[in-house]
Design a protein around this ligand. Structure first.
Ligand code: NFS
Ligand code: SF4
Length: 664
């Protein structure tokens, strides 16, 4: 049903029931949201911007370049292909920089925890040791603290490394992939260095050959995927615990009418974790009671929400497109934000309510926001200061509306380690059963659906794509705001197996797992790199990621980070499908991304606008990989022996009541 409110006809694309309900309330009648602005703009994106051929890299311009028209080059002579490639590469650099700055904070937080400063400890010692070995650190007969400090220091050094040796974690990739990177000269060296070199090479008058620009774009993106994002995921796991399957709830209905609602929005789990700890403090609970509230209800928004959802089961109120709606409920005392994906409009929406927007990171302030700096060395005190402010707002709450009936159960927490144990049996953790099920065709392949949601396509796009994939027996991995939207659609619980084709349903029911596995936030796409590599290592599915019947999509990408992710997937050998790319104004470069880049990397970008078209491409690519592997030939049906049955059922979620064995 389309929403009708205040003449907002542009909102007819909203299919999300909780959003519809909130926006149709009287209390929200003065709220202007992105849906209104999309309508006001009439969806007319800038022609040159969306085609990627507007250059403002020097002051002889800005130049609008028309491909193929002689006098419509840049003043410097730059062609449409060069300009589009430079712009695209800068998007990759910006996305990588965002993940990198986030990861640096996490590594510094890890080092503090290792040294015994602050509230956090080393929770996952086996994982610490495994990662330490990747960094060549001796683990035998050593104190956990010493290993952790050495790992933290070596991890931090990866950012500013100046020698030409590759980043340490690249050696986790398949030998074939490492050889490709070496041959092309794109194995990333220092993480920060690759972003800087990308910015340098796209400065006026430097790199003017799009293939060469894309080599550095790949190196920069790989520094993100196999460098900063992977460091963030792994060290956050070691510090806060590697996620194991747990039940939780998502959607606006997670807000509570009789409690202080505090939403935490942004990306860095250090802040969110500190808030979680402080919210359990008797002093804080007492203060909430004094204000007349029954308790303190923390809920997540965007990726920081995914982090605490995965590790603590803290509910998620909404993804990117719902951030304004969270406030428009009138039920939120404070929205605490740090960095990335926070729309400036939340401060404007908050003006209609008692809600305070509390900024906490010196990097990210906002007109209309209240700044309370989160000090990592004083994490709990900082968190208490933030909570105190929010709690005191409770009494000011006016009329509110929480769409109760729209909250949805989810099972989350599928780290690479969990998948290993869950599918591999309790005693012999491995990806063997997954590979076997792919080889025997019960699971046709694996699709990763990642990234943002935005206001360009209908908000049920993820759901439409995933249902089509499930019907075709493709197992789905999800992260980021895509995962949140799938959770709201009821696809992240075991009952969603009913949407699967017969053979995938059989596997999901045997294990008791959802057919869509929530693997975390956007930095956790690095888990997908590790999982894919592990599938290769298990054998039977080729000798590189590029051979796997697997594909990724970020259909509703919004953030530059999504493009960085897309590029590191491609540079790691995985195909990706996006809804659009800002390169269509440059014929050769566009073709290069969609086809030519395959020649060097073994994977390329795909573009399709319609959800079902995206799903169709994904299914076709997966089937083509199966053909190439020779696993689509008709085979005699193999009857399961007892060992195989045990593997399928033994370590499954049914056995462990959704709390899983320790993933380590
Ligand atoms: Ni990812 Fe997460 Fe969401 Fe997109 Fe933004 S929150 S890091 S960028 S919008 S998925
Ligand atoms: Fe124009 Fe070239 Fe300057 Fe870009 S670098 S603004 S194309 S003159």
């Amino acid at each position: 049903m389309a929403i009708k409110r205040n003449g907002c006809e542009g909102c007819t694309d909203i299919t999300c029931v909780s959003t519809q309900q909130v926006l149709s309330q009287d209390i929200a009648k003065n709220v202007r949201t992105a849906y209104d602005r999309v309508k006001a703009r009439g969806m007319s994106a800038c022609l040159f911007g969306s085609g990627g051929t507007c250059c403002r890299n020097c002051n002889m311009g800005p130049c609008q370049i028309i491909d193929g028209v002689e006098d419509m080059l840049g003043i410097c002579g730059a062609t449409a292909d060069t300009v589009a490639a430079r712009n695209f590469a800068r998007v990759v650099a910006a996305g990588s920089a965002a993940h990198t700055d986030h990861a640096r904070e996490m590594v510094k937080g890890f080092l503090d925890a290792a040294k015994g400063h602050g509230p956090h400890q080393i929770k996952d010692v086996p994982k610490l040791k495994r990662l330490a070995e990747v960094f060549g650190i001796v683990t035998e007969d050593r104190e956990v603290k010493d290993i952790a400090v050495e790992l933290g220091e070596k991890a931090l050094a990866e950012f500013g490394k100046q020698d030409d040796a590759p980043l340490s974690m690249l050696k986790r990739a398949t030998p074939k992939r490492q050889a490709i990177w070496k041959k092309l000269g794109i194995a990333p060296r220092g993480i920060d260095r690759e972003v800087v070199e990308m910015m340098h090479r796209t400065h006026m008058g430097v790199d003017q050959e799009y293939e060469n620009i894309m080599l550095q774009a790949s190196r920069c993106a790989l520094a993100d995927g196999w460098g900063s994002s992977m460091l963030s995921t792994e060290l956050t796991d070691i510090m806060f615990g590697t996620p194991v399957p747990r039940r939780a709830i998502v959607d606006l209905g997670v807000l509570k009418a009789d409690q202080v609602n505090i939403t935490v929005h942004g990306h860095e789990p250090l802040l969110a974790e500190a808030l979680c700890i402080a919210a359990q403090d008797p002093e804080m609970l007492e203060l909430a009671k004094k204000q007349g509230a029954k308790g303190i209800n923390l809920a997540g928004v965007c990726c920081t929400g995914n982090e605490i959802l995965m590790r603590r089961g803290i509910p998620v109120a909404g993804g990117f497109v719902q951030q304004e709606m969270v406030i428009a409920t009138g039920a939120v005392e404070a929205m605490v934000v740090d960095v990335q994906c926070v729309m400036q409009s939340v401060a404007e929406v908050a003006k209609s309510f008692h809600t305070d927007i509390i900024t906490t990171n010196y990097r990210a302030k906002m007109p209309g926001g209240i700044h309370i700096q989160f000090e990592e060395h004083e994490a709990i005190n900082s968190a208490k200061q933030i909570l105190t402010h929010a709690i005191k707002n409770y009494k000011k709450r006016g009329k509110c509306f929480i769409p109760q009936e729209t909250k949805m159960d989810v099972v989350v927490g599928f780290s690479h380690e969990t998948i290993n144990t869950m599918l591999g049996g309790r005693f012999r953790a491995s990806y063997r059963p997954l590979n076997d099920n792919i080889i025997n065709g019960k699971i046709r392949g694996v699709a990763a659906i990642v990234g943002c949601d935005n206001f360009k396509l209908a908000d049920d796009t993820h759901e439409t794509i995933v249902k089509e994939l499930l019907k075709n027996n493709i197992l789905v991995l999800a992260t980021g705001c895509a995962a949140t939207s799938l959770g709201k659609a009821g696809l992240l619980n075991p009952e969603a197996a009913r949407f699967c084709g017969d053979s995938l349903r059989e596997v999901c029911e045997a294990v008791g797992m959802p057919p869509v596995l929530h693997m975390g936030s956007c930095v956790d796409n690095s888990r997908i790199l590790i999982a894919a590599t592990e599938m290769v290592r298990q054998g039977g599915l080729g000798d590189d990621i590029t051979d796997l019947p697997a594909i990724g999509t970020a259909p509703l990408w919004m953030s530059e980070k999504s493009v960085a992710i897309g590029q590191y997937f491609v540079a790691s050998g995985a195909q990706v499908v996006f809804q659009d790319l800002p390169v269509t104004g440059a014929k050769n470069f566009n073709k290069y991304l969609l086809e030519g880049i395959m020649g060097t990397l073994g994977a390329h970008w795909n573009v399709a606008k319609e959800p079902l078209e995206i799903a169709r491409i994904m299914i076709e690519k997966i089937e083509a990989k199966r053909d190439a592997l020779g696993i689509n030939k008709k085979k005699e049906r193999v009857l399961f022996d007892m060992d195989m049955r045990r593997d399928l059922g033994g370590g499954g979620l049914k056995d462990v009541g959704c709390h899983g064995p320790s993933a380590s």
